[in-house]
Design a protein around this ligand. Structure first.
Ligand SMILES: *[C@@H]1O[C@H](CO)[C@@H](O)[C@H](O)[C@H]1NC(C)=O
Ligand SMILES: *[C@@H]1O[C@H](CO)[C@@H](O)[C@H](O)[C@H]1NC(C)=O
Ligand SMILES: *[C@@H]1O[C@H](CO)[C@@H](O)[C@H](O)[C@H]1NC(C)=O
Length: 342
C-alpha cells in the first residue's frame, strides 16, 4: 500500500514537473481501429525480385552526398530518429541524397529487400509507415506508405536494353479516406500520378473488407486490378503500350503487420508516433532516399526518349501531399471512379 501511494505521488509530481505537451499527446492513444481494419493488403508480382525493404536499413547501406556528389559528414551517426539533421546541409536538405555505398549499377543484394512470409508478414523489416491526417468534415485520411530499397524501371517496348527509370529508394502509397470512421475512397500511387476508386468499387482481400492493391513488378506502382498497365500517359492506363507495368496475384504482403504508425497535424506540420516509440525524425528529412541521377557521361547511363535509365531517388512521405483536400493529390487530374478500370 505504501509503495502504491508512493508511486502515485511520484507520478503526480512527474506530470506536474513536465508540461503535458512535452510528454506528447499521442502516448496513451492507439490508431483508430478502422485504420487497421480497412488497411490495404498487397499482392506483389509473382516474378518480383525487389521486395519491401527496411526503412532504417536504407541509412545503414548509404551515405549522404550533396547534389555535386560531395560527401556530407553529419555530426553524429545517422538513425531514423535524427535523419532530419541532414536538413542543415545542401539547401535545407533538399539536395541531400542517401547514396548507396556500392553505387546503383552494382545492384547489391540489399536492393532486393525481404520477401514476405506465407502469412504476408515481414518480421525482419519495417517496410511500411502509416500516417493518419485528420481533416475537416469528420474526415480522416490514412496513408499507407510502402518502402522498397530499389526501383527497377520498365523496358520501353519490351526491350531490355531500353530500361527506363531505375532508382535507389522507392516510396509508394495508397490512401484510404474515412468519413465518420467509414472508408469511402482509395487512392493508388502510380509513378508521378495515380488513380482513385470508391471503397465500394475496390476488390477486397480474403476477409471481404480490406481493399486489394496489386504492386507492379520492379516499379512498385499500385493498381486496383491485376494485369498489364500501360502508364505512358498518367491516369490513362490502358492494357498495352510502350511503357507497361505488370501486376498479378503473386506473394501476399500485409504491410501493416510490421509498420510504424504516426499521425500528422496538417496545421502545425508535426508528425507524432502513436506509440510514442516509433522514430519520427526521418519523416522530416527533406532529401532523397537514394542516389542522384547518374551523369550522362557515366558508362551505362542511357537516354530513352529524353528520360534516363538511372534517375534520382525519391523524397519521402512528407512530399506526397498529406494535406490534400481531395482523394487525389491537389493539382493532379484524377477522378474517384466507381467502376474498376485498368
Ligand atoms: C519482373 O522483374 C524481373 C526482374 O527484372 C524479371 O525477371 C521478370 O521477367 C519481370 N516480370 C515481368 C512480368 O515483366
Ligand atoms: C467540407 O464540406 C463542405 C460542404 O460540403 C465543403 O464545401 C468543404 O470543401 C469541405 N471541406 C473539405 C476540407 O473538404
Ligand atoms: C493542409 O495544409 C495546407 C498548407 O497549409 C493547406 O493548403 C491545405 O488546405 C490543408 N488541408 C486541409 C484538408 O485542410
Amino acid at each position: 500500500m505504501f509503495h502504491l501511494c508512493f508511486a502515485l505521488l511520484l507520478l503526480a509530481s512527474l506530470s506536474f514537473s513536465f508540461p503535458l505537451a512535452s510528454l506528447g499527446n499521442n502516448q496513451m492513444r492507439d490508431v483508430p481501429d478502422f485504420v487497421r481494419q480497412y488497411a490495404p493488403v498487397a499482392y506483389l508480382c509473382s516474378t518480383e525480385i525487389y521486395f519491401p525493404s527496411d526503412i532504417g536499413a536504407q541509412i545503414a547501406h548509404t551515405h549522404p552526398e550533396d547534389d555535386f556528389g560531395n560527401a556530407i559528414t553529419p555530426p553524429t551517426a545517422l538513425t531514423l530518429s535524427n535523419l532530419d539533421g541532414l536538413n542543415a546541409f545542401a539547401d535545407g536538405g533538399i539536395n541531400v541524397y542517401l547514396t548507396s555505398n556500392e553505387g546503383i549499377q552494382a545492384l547489391p543484394s540489399w536492393f532486393r529487400g525481404s520477401r514476405p512470409q506465407a502469412d504476408g508478414s515481414t518480421p525482419s523489416i519495417v517496410g511500411c509507415a502509416v500516417v493518419t491526417v485528420a481533416k475537416p468534415n469528420d474526415t480522416l485520411d490514412a496513408f499507407y506508405f510502402y518502402f522498397y530499397a530499389y526501383n527497377q524501371g520498365n523496358w520501353v517496348l519490351g526491350t531490355p536494353t531500353l530500361e527506363f527509370g531505375d532508382h535507389v529508394g522507392d516510396w509508394e502509397h495508397t490512401m484510404v479516406r474515412f468519413v465518420d470512421g467509414a472508408p469511402t475512397a482509395v487512392y493508388y500511387s502510380q509513378h508521378s500520378s495515380g488513380e482513385a476508386f470508391t471503397y465500394a468499387a475496390t476488390q477486397k482481400g480474403p476477409d471481404g473488407v480490406r481493399p486489394v492493391v496489386y504492386v507492379a513488378n520492379g516499379t512498385h506502382a499500385n493498381y486496383a486490378i491485376p494485369g498489364p498497365h500501360d502508364h505512358t500517359l498518367p491516369d490513362l492506363n490502358t492494357v498495352a503500350g510502350p511503357l507497361t507495368d505488370h501486376t498479378d496475384q503473386g506473394p501476399t504482403w500485409d504491410p501493416i503487420v510490421d509498420a510504424y504508425v504516426y499521425s500528422f497535424d496538417n496545421t502545425t506540420g508535426v508528425f507524432e508516433a502513436y506509440n510514442g516509440v516509433d522514430p519520427v525524425g526521418w519523416l522530416n528529412f527533406a532529401g532523397r532516399w537514394g542516389d542522384n541521377q547518374l551523369p550522362d557521361s557515366t558508362p551505362g547511363q542511357i537516354d530513352v526518349f529524353g528520360e534516363r535509365k538511372y534517375v534520382a531517388g525519391p523524397t519521402g512521405p512528407r512530399d506526397k501531399d498529406l494535406g490534400r483536400t481531395g482523394v487525389c493529390p491537389n493539382g493532379k487530374s484524377c477522378d474517384v471512379r466507381d467502376v474498376l478500370v485498368p
